[in-house]
Design a protein around this ligand. Structure first.
Ligand code: ATP
Ligand code: MG
Ligand code: MG
Length: 382
């Protein structure tokens, strides 16, 4: 069969490899890590940096199309591949998502509101900042994830020292907003402009890292969910995005919806779609890159997704242990996904558990039991 290429060897790439193989493709992955999760699942692992000219030319000569699972892959690597093969998303689109300032400008172009903010490039910019943005959250414009590269700042003095602590690099300061809920929407857009989306996801974070996703988005008014889907589609269409795109949203306590950030790839909050939807976010990614038809995914079961972080692999004394998978798998709605990572660390994403049910109440009850068995936080479940 035909080959597809993937830049990046993490768990997102691994699940995309599985989806591509199910559709009959063989997959080549570029990743520098010898033991990368996607490299191990791929038909060929090109062990090299994402900007390695030789690996990129091997990928381009073998594959019909390529995508990325890692948002900080150099845009120039995607552009290099696009000289020879179909690439979705395009390097220019990924570049927008790599920079919070560009990302917010893109939201504005699509007519979608986001948090009041300022772009700070120098210490002098910090001194001149509008007091209405404080207290705020200072975020590095590039490279942050899982709450890394951010500092909460109460006043101008804290802002100045946080800017230095983050390395005097370009940052975005956002007003600290009173959040009522967090949502995300995943869309897939084809080269012909056709666009489909997964149902709205409700997300809970613990320590800056996604802990739980619920679908349907419990407690969120249907009209607001429709608005989030329309805004996500408007953002994708406004920069002629091709591929899978995730938009994170805040719901404020006054009911307003604001776009937070976006990811040019499948997203942790969409993992439930493997077990709960007619088509997963990874199948949509494969179809979009291979220019296959894009079906509108349908949720067939209410679901709760629980992230499994490396913390679970250590007992209270800090000794390595294996979580009790057999107790979890005794719950009828439990679907376990482990990424094949051999070195657990606190905060590291090792796997996820999707709990489906005939009703949202049933899924919640079983997810609660699973969380108790594993010793997971119950945010979002109670
Ligand atoms: P991700 O892992 O999702 O890429 P990230 O490190 O890029 O995360 P953000 O999504 O910008 O960071 O922020 C992480 C979390 O911090 C948000 O999900 C939200 O809970 C909180 N947060 C971020 N910005 C604000 C804000 N302006 N006001 C209130 N809370 C915020
Ligand atoms: Mg982010
Ligand atoms: Mg985020």
């Amino acid at each position: 069969g035909e080959w597809l290429g993937m830049l990046g060897g993490g768990q997102l790439g691994r699940m995309a490899v599985h989806a591509a193989q199910a559709l009959g493709y063989r997959v080549a992955v570029i990743d520098p890590d010898k033991h990368s999760p996607a490299g191990a699942a791929a038909d060929e692992h090109l062990q090299a940096g994402y900007d390695d000219a030789h690996a990129l030319s091997q990928l381009a000569s073998r594959c019909a199309a390529a995508s990325t699972e890692f948002e900080n892959v150099p845009a120039s690597s995607l552009e290099r591949l696009a000289q020879d093969i179909d690439v979705a998303p395009a390097g220019a689109a990924v570049a927008v998502c790599q920079d919070r300032a560009a990302e917010k400008a893109q939201f504005a172009k699509a007519g979608v509101p986001c948090a009041p903010h300022a772009v700070l490039r120098t210490a002098a910019d910090c001194a001149a900042v509008d007091a209405a943005l404080l207290p705020g959250i200072l975020k590095t414009a590039r490279m942050g994830y899982d709450g890394k590269g951010q500092r909460r700042v109460a006043d101008a003095a804290e802002l100045t020292s946080a800017f230095a602590e983050l390395g005097n690099v370009p940052c975005v300061l956002e007003a600290l907003l009173p959040l009522a809920a967090e949502l995300s929407v995943i869309v897939a857009r084809g080269r012909d402009g056709q666009i489909v989306s997964l149902p709205v996801q409700r997300n809970w974070h613990v320590g800056g890292i996604l802990a739980t996703t619920a679908v349907p988005a419990s407690g969120i008014a249907p009209a607001l969910q429709v608005q989030a889907q329309q805004q996500a589609q408007a953002i994708a269409a406004a920069f002629e995005y091709v591929g899978v795109l995730c938009i994170e949203f805040f719901v404020l306590q006054d009911g307003r919806l604001l776009a937070n950030e976006m990811a040019p790839r499948p997203h942790n909050s969409g993992h439930y779609s493997i077990d709960a939807c007619s088509h997963s976010q990874f199948e949509l990614q494969v179809r979009a890159m291979a220019q296959l038809p894009l079906p509108q995914p349908r949720l067939h079961s209410p679901a709760f997704m629980l992230n499994l972080l490396g913390d679970l692999w250590f007992d209270a004394q800090g000794q390595r242990r294996e979580p009790d998978w057999s107790a979890v798998l005794a719950l009828p709605g439990a679907h376990l996904h482990l990424y094949g990572k051999t070195d657990p660390r606190p905060g590291r994403k090792m796997g996820h558990l999707t709990v489906t049910g005939a009703s949202a109440d049933e899924a919640r009850a079983q997810a609660l039991q699973a969380a108790q068995v594993l010793g997971l936080p119950q945010d979002g479940l109670v």
